[in-house]
Design a binder for this molecule. Structure first.
Ligand code: ZN
Length: 151
């Protein structure tokens, strides 16, 4: 990790920790899930408002460390307006950056601001903090709040 990226990481992380984007609750959520990282004590409640296949609205409440809160904030910005499959592929890309031995060469291009988390890969415990919001998103997309069944 270059010094420039490290400085950017600190700056962006603190900014999103102090002023989380899309923090709060949705009155009309279509999907929601809760995530828990007992290793660090991070908790997140994520709500989504989908219009068809598109994530039109997103909100979260979190308590925990700076990394998990900032990761949730950055994630919410990154996936808002995206389709379910675009959001899922961003999740896979993010996870690959943090866990694969070698990052994909053009990962930074696809991840944009999320690339600041690259240095977290050196700290496996922190990887769980950074990916918690994404695992929660994955769960929320798979579980509609209200399940309609004909059985
Ligand atoms: Zn944490």
């Amino acid at each position: 990790m270059s010094d420039a990226l490290r400085d950017l990481y600190q700056e962006v992380l603190l900014d999103h920790y102090r002023r989380p984007r899309n923090a709060g609750v949705l009155a009309d959520a279509t999907h929601e899930a809760q995530g828990n990282n007992p290793l660090c004590g991070d908790r997140i409640k994520l709500q989504l408002g989908l219009d068809g296949d598109r994530l039109e609205r997103i909100a979260f409440e979190s308590s925990g460390c700076a990394i998990s809160t900032a990761a949730a904030s950055l994630m919410s910005e990154a996936v808002k307006g995206k389709t379910k499959s675009e959001a899922e592929s961003l999740f896979r890309e993010f996870q690959r950056m943090l866990t694969a031995p070698v990052a994909a060469p053009d990962a930074e291009e696809r991840l944009g601001k999320l690339a600041i988390f690259e240095g977290v890969r050196e700290f496996p415990v922190r990887v769980k903090c950074a990916t918690l919001p994404w695992h929660t998103l994955h769960a929320a997309l798979a579980n509609e709040r209200t399940k309609v069944t004909t059985e």
